[in-house]
Design a binder for this molecule. Structure first.
Ligand code: ATP
Length: 300
């Protein structure tokens, strides 16, 4: 594991242990010329498919990987589309069961997903109450936190307008303020902050630092590398289900930027070279049993 200057890093205990986890989705496959729309189109015009393409019916979203996330860390999760970031988050918060391995967490992770509970026709104010109720807060807790949530959202008079009139950035502010209000020990933000402006990013950073200061652990999935750079103390880079990097942001982001630049230029050979390099340098965490039936996490 590379060096870091993060003051929260030391003396911290694991908040989440992803122990040798892999994920394979079973999907209903269809071959070219089959009974799907494409096949029907072909038969409609009497054009039989030239070849029958075999489509895999299993998607290896995550290859076996081990990650130990400590209290006091904010971990950015980066990678190209379809690299397995959301899958990893779903496994961590218990929304999906891994095909192999196990996930341990020191408390129930909260995913910033209160949006499902929010009602577009209601005002921001009413949605704060609704979102808090959906997260299991009591009326007294909501009353105590209400002003703080409005403050963090920073929507000013727009808080009185129906949510359907909000921009995606304004909705993101409200959702973040609601989700962060319960002081979760483990908070997962999947693409939630991508639409925010610089001012919101500043607010988010302060709130995330507060959570980390209270020994919380934050996962932030994002395609915005500047957001990850600003907000995270560590990054995890996934690529086609493989863990390529786990360490301080500066080094990982430097190589990720080069990697995506080469891919965008169509220079796959150089991109592959970077991928091989990251694989070689990766020093994955290992989870070793302390005594039979119990687990102790360690960096190697
Ligand atoms: N419910 C599902 N059923 C089948 N395959 C799935 C399912 N969810 C994800 N996948 C597949 O798993 C792989 C990883 O998907 P995932 O959503 O975790 O990637 P991601 O890194 O979050 O992508 P993005 O950046 O586009 O959001 C993809 O190939 C995707 O098609």
């Amino acid at each position: 594991m590379a060096e870091t200057n993060d003051p929260f890093w030391y003396n911290s205990s694991p908040a989440v242990v992803v122990d040798n986890v892999s994920m394979v989705y079973q999907v209903k496959a269809e071959s070219a010329g089959g009974d799907g729309l494409y096949g029907r189109y072909k038969s409609l015009f009497n054009r039989p498919a030239k070849t029958k393409t075999v489509v895999p019916d299993r998607v290896h979203a995550l290859k076996p990987l081990t990650v130990v996330a400590n209290h006091g860390e904010s971990i950015g999760v980066i990678g190209l589309n379809g690299s397995g970031k959301s899958t990893l988050m779903k496994l961590i918060c218990g929304k999906a069961k891994p095909t192999q391995g196990a996930v341990y967490a020191s408390s129930t992770p909260i995913m910033l997903g209160v949006s499902a509970a929010l009602v577009p026709d209601l005002s921001g104010r009413d949605n704060v109450v609704l979102g808090c109720l959906a997260m299991g807060m009591t009326r007294d807790e909501i009353s105590a936190k209400y002003d703080g949530i409005l403050d963090l959202a920073g929507l000013e008079s727009a808080i009185n307008l129906p949510m359907r009139s909000y921009s995606s950035g304004m909705s993101a502010r409200l959702r973040f303020a609601i989700a962060a209000s319960i002081n979760p020990e483990i908070l997962i933000l999947d693409e939630a902050l991508n639409t925010g402006d610089d001012e919101f990013r500043g607010r988010t950073k302060r709130r995330m630092d507060e959570l980390r200061g209270q020994a919380g652990c934050v996962f932030l999935v994002s395609h915005s590398l500047s957001t990850v750079q600003d907000l995270c103390t560590r990054i995890i880079w996934l690529d086609k289900g493989d863990l390529l990097y786990d360490g301080p942001p500066a080094y990982g982001l430097k190589w990720y930027r080069r990697y995506t630049k080469f891919l965008a230029e169509g220079n796959n050979a150089e991109a592959d070279r970077i991928k091989r390099r990251m694989f070689q340098e990766l020093q994955p965490a290992r989870v070793i049993p302390k005594v039979p039936g119990r687990r102790k996490s360690t960096w190697v």
